[in-house]
Design a protein around this ligand. Structure first.
Ligand code: HEC
Length: 229
């Protein structure tokens, strides 16, 4: 007997298994979660989540190119599936109205403005979903990227010095020149300034914060989560 019919059955079974995987892992999530709209309060022009700037979108590329996603996640899991909430990764101050604390997991709607979503699956460093609330100013983020040992002498995070340039000060010091001390300080007459890449990366990091409520929020949140990672 020829083996062709068996092969054909096998081939159709493989095809069917790929098809059902594609249907349930790609098409079904895309139709259910892929078209979420921002929320607009009645009588207000404000929307949540807030749209992010062009510079922040450019920063997504820099984030991808420098492998940040290999060590950092951007997804706060529900308190039933891990300690993210207890670690304070889901905690942010509500910037929209009464400055109350928001403590919650991430929802698909949080990501609607991002062109690239960096969920990540490895956590050598902290989850960065709310990093802009812990590091609200560009100057600290620049210094941290230039030298992660400033804040943690045993840091395993690589220094991203190639995102900065050292240049001779001509006339006045640049406004975004880094305040560096000790071994990091440039020689007299020189300054260290962020490149366009560093600026967009930091604009992106500053867009990462979830200080708003979403109607998707479900379940109880602990009253006083710790702020430690
Ligand atoms: C090899 C792993 C690794 C890579 C790659 C990495 N980091 Fe980190 N990062 C860490 C670790 C570990 C920490 C925790 C604090 C420390 O040890 O300095 C950290 C901390 C941070 C923090 C402070 C977070 C907080 O809330 O405490 C920021 C911001 C940060 N990283 C941004 C970045 C960015 C942006 C990139 C990519 C350009 C990047 N990291 C790449 C390991 C990494």
């Amino acid at each position: 007997m020829s083996s062709t019919p068996h092969f054909r059955t096998f081939f159709y079974l493989v095809l069917a298994s790929f098809f059902f995987n594609w249907l349930f892992l790609v098409v079904w999530p895309w139709t259910n979660l892929g078209h979420q709209a921002p929320i607009q309060d009645e009588g207000s022009t404000d929307i949540t989540p807030w749209a992010i700037s062009g510079a922040a979108h450019a920063g997504e590329e820099v984030y991808a190119a420098n492998g940040c996603v290999y060590c950092h996640t951007q997804q706060v899991r529900a308190d039933s599936s891990g300690a993210d909430i207890i670690r304070g990764w889901g905690t942010a101050t509500d910037l929209s109205d009464d400055k109350k604390q928001v403590t919650r997991r991430s929802y698909p709607r949080d990501y609607i403005w991002q062109h690239e979503v960096f969920l990540g699956n490895s956590r050598n460093g902290a989850d960065l979903s709310n990093v802009a609330q812990r590091f609200p100013d560009a100057a600290t983020l620049y210094r941290y990227l230039y030298d992660p040992y400033i804040l943690n002498p045993h840091s395993s995070m690589p220094a991203y010095r190639f995102l900065f340039v050292r240049q001779k000060i001509s006339g006045q010091r640049s406004v975004d020149a880094l305040d560096l001390a000790g071994d990091d300080a440039p020689p007299a007459g020189y300054e260290v300034v962020p490149t366009a890449e560093a600026k967009s990366l930091v604009a992106y990091l500053l867009s990462l914060q979830k200080g708003y409520h979403l109607p998707d929020e479900k379940g109880p949140v602990p009253a006083t989560p710790s702020n430690k990672s």
